[in-house]
Design a protein around this ligand. Structure first.
Ligand code: AHR
Length: 502
C-alpha cells in the first residue's frame, strides 16, 4: 500500500497566487478573437472583451496576466497601440504568421482586461528593438500620477488616473528572438534599461523581471546574476526582483513536433517524463541563484511553460493553435505540484498561453468557447493560491512507463493549508491503466471531513465545440476517513483535489 504522510502543522512556505498566472501574446487568435472582439462585435462583450472568456477566467481566480509577449514584446512599440483606433499604426507580426497587426488592442485595452479580470498586471517591455527612452516613457505613461508629458498623453487618450503595473519584464528571450544576445551583453543592457523603470509611486514599486535562461542554459543564469545580483540584494527593489525561466514540454524535441491528440502510450509517458524535468531545472537554476542570493530575495519567474505540439490540421502554422487532452491535464497537474513544492524560490508562473495558443485553458471558435482539460486542472488547483505549503511525502511509489529512459513516478502530489484552515491536496495518477490505493496518514491531526473533485478520462480525451463537456470534473467519493487520516483509491489518468477539514 502506498502511504502519504501529511503534516498540517509543518508549514513549508507561502504559495504565491501568481504561480497560477497566465500569458497572453499577440499571437494567432489569442488576443484577437480569443479575448478581444471589439465593442461592435455580435459576440457578447464588455468594452470589447468577450464576456464568456472573462467569466471563465474569473472562475479560476486568474491572479496575474502577462502581455504583450513573448517574442512579440521585443518588436512591440507601445505608442503604436494608443490613441484613436482608426489612426493607430499597423505593423507586420513577423514572428507569428506575418499577419497584419492593427494595434487595436494596446495598453488601455490590456489594463481594461485586467480590471475586468480583477488580476495583477505583468507588462513585458521591449529591450530587443526598443530604446531606453521608449521603455522609460511607457512606465511614465502607465504609472505617473502628476503633470508630465506622458501622463498628459494618457489623459488625452481618456485615462486620467495612473494604472498599477505590478510586474515589468525587461526583454523576453533575449538569448534568442529578443536580440540573440550573449548573457554578458544582456546583463549590461539590463542594468541600463532597468534604471529607467522608475517607481513613481514608492508605495507600489514595480517588480522588475530580468530575462532568464532557456531551459538548461545555466551559464546564462550565472552570468546575468554575476553582473546584477549585488545591486539586487542591496534593497528590496534594487536592480532585479525576478529572473525568468522558460521551459516547454516537447516530447520529441523541437525538430519533431507531435500531434496534440493522436498519440500512443509511449508518447504519454515520454511527455510526462519530459515535464518532470521542470523540477531538475528549478533545482539547478535555483542552486545557482542560491550562490548569489542565499536569502531567496530574487523570485524565479517561470513565465512560459506548457506543451508545444503540432498545430491542429488545417490551421495556420504560425498561430500555434493546438488541442488539449488529458495528457495536457497531467502536464499541468505535474508542473503546478512542482511549482507549489518549490514555492520558496518560484514566485510566479504563467502558462503559455491563455486562449487559443499552445496549452490554452480556453479555445474559441467565433461565438463558441470551450474549457480544455487544462482549464479544469487550474480550477481544481485554485485553492492553493496564497495558501501555505505543508509537509507531505509519498512512500512506496513505483516508477512506471514503457521505456527505461522515460519512466515516471506513478503518483505526484502537493498539499497546502488555506487561510480558513482547510487542507487542500492535489494528487496526480500518471498511470494510464492502474488505479492505486493510498493510505493518507495525518500527523498529529484528525481528519473530520473530506470533499473531492476529480478529472479523469481516457488519455487522449478532449473537448470539442460540439461536445464541450466531454472532459470535465466530477465529484469524487472513493475515499474513507480512517483513524489515521483518509484512505483514497485514485483511478488511472486522473487529477484529484481533496478538501480536508482537520
Ligand atoms: O509562447 C510562444 C513563444 O515561445 C513566445 O513568444 C516566446 O517567448 C517563446 O519562444
Amino acid at each position: 500500500m502506498i502511504k502519504l504522510y501529511v503534516n498540517p502543522n509543518l508549514e513549508k512556505g507561502h504559495i504565491n497566487e501568481e504561480i497560477y498566472g497566465h500569458f497572453s501574446e499577440h499571437l494567432g487568435r489569442c488576443i484577437y478573437e480569443g479575448i478581444y472582439v471589439g465593442e461592435d462585435s455580435e459576440i457578447p462583450n464588455t468594452n470589447g472583451m468577450r464576456n464568456d472568456v472573462v467569466t471563465a477566467l474569473k472562475d479560476i481566480n486568474i491572479p496575474v496576466l502577462r502581455w504583450p509577449g513573448g517574442c512579440f514584446a521585443d518588436e512591440y512599440h507601445w505608442k503604436d497601440g494608443i490613441g484613436p483606433k482608426e489612426s493607430r499604426k499597423k505593423m507586420i507580426n513577423t514572428h507569428w504568421g506575418g499577419v497584419l497587426e492593427d494595434n487595436s488592442f494596446g495598453t488601455h485595452e490590456f489594463m481594461e482586461l485586467c480590471r475586468q479580470l480583477g488580476c495583477k498586471t505583468y507588462v513585458n517591455g521591449n529591450l530587443g528593438s526598443g530604446s531606453v527612452q521608449e521603455m522609460s516613457e511607457w512606465i511614465e505613461y502607465m504609472t505617473f500620477d502628476g503633470v508630465s508629458p506622458m501622463s498628459e498623453l494618457r489623459a488625452k487618450n481618456g485615462r486620467t488616473e495612473p494604472w498599477k503595473v505590478d510586474y515589468f519584464g525587461i526583454g523576453n528571450e533575449n538569448w534568442g528572438c529578443g536580440g540573440n544576445m550573449l548573457p554578458e551583453q544582456y546583463a549590461l543592457e539590463y542594468r541600463r534599461y532597468q534604471t529607467y523603470v522608475r517607481n513613481y509611486d514608492h508605495a507600489k514599486p514595480i517588480f522588475k523581471i530580468a530575462c532568464g535562461a532557456n531551459v538548461n542554459d545555466y551559464e546564462w543564469t550565472k552570468k546575468v546574476l554575476e553582473y546584477t545580483h549585488r545591486h539586487a540584494l542591496k534593497e528590496a527593489h534594487g536592480f532585479m526582483d525576478g529572473l525568468s525561466l522558460h521551459y516547454y514540454t516537447l516530447p520529441e524535441g523541437w525538430n519533431l513536433k507531435v500531434s496534440a491528440t493522436d498519440f500512443d502510450e509511449k508518447s504519454w509517458y515520454k511527455t510526462l517524463n519530459k515535464t518532470l524535468y521542470m523540477e531538475t531545472l528549478i533545482k539547478n537554476h535555483g542552486a545557482i541563484m542560491d550562490e548569489y542570493d542565499p536569502d531567496k530575495k530574487i523570485g524565479m519567474i517561470i513565465d512560459e511553460w506548457g506543451t508545444w505540439f503540432n498545430v491542429e490540421p488545417g490551421t495556420h502554422p504560425g498561430f500555434l493553435y493546438q488541442q488539449s487532452t488529458m495528457r495536457d491535464a497531467l502536464v499541468a497537474g505535474i508542473n503546478l505540484n512542482i511549482f507549489n513544492k518549490n514555492c520558496d524560490r518560484v514566485k510566479m508562473a504563467n502558462i503559455a498561453q491563455m486562449v487559443n495558443v499552445l496549452q490554452a485553458v480556453i479555445l474559441t471558435d467565433k461565438e463558441k468557447m470551450l474549457l480544455t482539460p487544462t482549464y479544469h486542472v487550474f480550477d481544481l488547483y485554485k485553492y492553493h493560491q496564497n495558501a501555505q505549503l505543508i509537509d507531505s511525502k509519498l512512500e512506496g511509489i513505483e516508477m512506471i512507463g514503457l521505456e527505461d529512459e522515460y519512466m515516471v513516478p506513478n503518483l505526484n502530489e502537493s498539499i497546502s493549508m488555506s487561510k480558513d484552515g482547510k487542507v487542500h491536496m492535489t494528487l496526480n495518477n500518471l498511470s494510464i491503466s492502474d488505479s492505486y490505493d493510498i493510505e493518507g496518514i495525518f500527523i498529529d491531526s484528525e481528519v473530520k471531513s473530506v470533499k473531492g473533485r476529480i478529472l479523469t478520462d481516457e488519455m487522449n480525451a478532449y473537448n470539442t465545440f460540439d461536445n464541450p463537456e466531454n472532459v470535465s470534473t466530477k465529484e469524487f467519493l472513493d475515499f474513507k476517513i480512517t483513524h489515521k487520516g483518509v484512505s483514497i483509491k485514485v483511478p488511472p489518468c486522473s487529477v484529484l483535489h481533496l478538501e480536508i477539514e482537520v
